[in-house]
Design a protein around this ligand. Structure first.
Ligand SMILES: [Zn+2]
Length: 323
């Protein structure tokens, strides 16, 4: 499971945007890179750019018929009966960047935005050492940037964090699963169908930092990586452990909203007994778990249909090694 990137191992890096058609940060960044390919060209590997769902982008919707970022399960890619627009797109993209067994793109960075207050969140494809390493590297770059900035709320919002999803490292239906290396980048809070300049510029800068880092590693010359803020050799990581749906009636209709005390409090501790939902009848519904958790994707607009009000994570310190 643990592998280190050998010099020359990265032949191609894929930058993907518009996997969700109404997440404009990635769409407009990829369009910029396609118009000015020198910005993302590096000497030791080829950089591919892809707008994943042009049909959904054209109508400013997350997807046309089915969430494209749930269409990459191996059995679905191999199923000839799945013929919807997103099914066909997924198969075409898997041909271009995959297959999962021997991917054409060695590293995939899939650019998303979220309506939740998640700053710049790296969701790695797996806990592979390389993925943790570049996540840790980005955190160090972030801390250096913050040292020179005032600690205002916007800066806090834009902090870089590494968050492993529920299926991190497993066979998943996510686009990023076409390669074991890389991540989904979630940036927020940004409303759907909207550009937010500060986060757009930070995302752009992060992509250049990542490409430079990959290029250095690929040439056997990793830049001196400062250790993350905490103990040397350890990094903070948020591991998803469960999703929580909104309170609903038997017909599936909403009965409550995210409580104002946790709205926007992504990555902040949620302690047992703390308010989690506010019912339309005024009733406060507390978090009834037994341990402190750190919710993310709080009140993500796209997740109402997925029956997810928030995703609970555990905060972990994990060792990693700088090569
Ligand atoms: Zn998305």
């Amino acid at each position: 499971m643990v592998t280190f990137m050998q010099p020359g191992a990265i032949r191609r890096v894929a930058l993907v945007g518009g996997t969700h058609g109404n997440e404009w940060t990635g769409v407009y960044l990829i369009q910029k890179f396609q118009q000015s390919p020198d910005l993302v060209r590096r000497t030791s590997f080829e950089t591919l750019t892809l707008l994943a769902n042009p049909g959904a982008i054209a109508v400013n919707r997350r997807y046309l018929e089915r969430d494209l970022n749930r269409c990459f399960a191996s059995q679905d890619l191999a199923n000839p009966d799945l013929l919807g627009p997103e099914d066909q797109l997924a198969k075409a993209i898997a041909l271009q960047l995959g297959p999962k067994s021997t991917p054409h793109a060695d590293v995939i960075i899939d650019l998303h935005s979220t309506t939740a207050n998640m700053g710049l969140s790296i969701l790695p494809a797996s806990r592979d050492a390389f993925n943790l390493q570049f996540g840790a590297y980005l955190m160090t770059q972030d801390s250096m940037t913050q040292d020179s900035m005032t600690q205002d709320s916007m800066t806090q919002n834009a902090a870089v964090r590494v968050c492993c999803g529920l299926q991190c490292g497993q066979e998943t239906p996510l686009l990023r699963s076409l390669s074991p290396w890389g991540c989904t980048l979630e940036v927020g809070p940004i409303a759907q169908g909207l550009l937010q300049a500060e986060l757009w510029v930070k995302t752009e800068q992060m992509i250049y930092t990542l490409l430079d880092y990959f290029d250095a590693i690929n040439q056997g010359n990793p830049p001196p990586a400062e250790m993350p803020r905490e103990m040397p050799g350890e990094m903070t990581l948020y591991q998803a452990i469960a999703t929580v749906d909104y309170p609903r009636n038997s017909a599936g209709e909403l009965l409550a909203m995210v409580h104002p005390q946790i709205q926007g409090q992504d990555y902040q501790p949620l302690v047992p007994g703390q308010p989690m939902f506010l019912g339309f009848d005024g009733q406060v519904i507390p978090y009834e778990g037994e341990s402190v958790v750190y919710p993310v994707f709080i009140n993500e607009a796209a997740y109402y249909e997925k029956n997810i009000a928030l995703v609970l994570t555990q905060r972990e310190k994990v060792p990693f090694k700088v090569v």
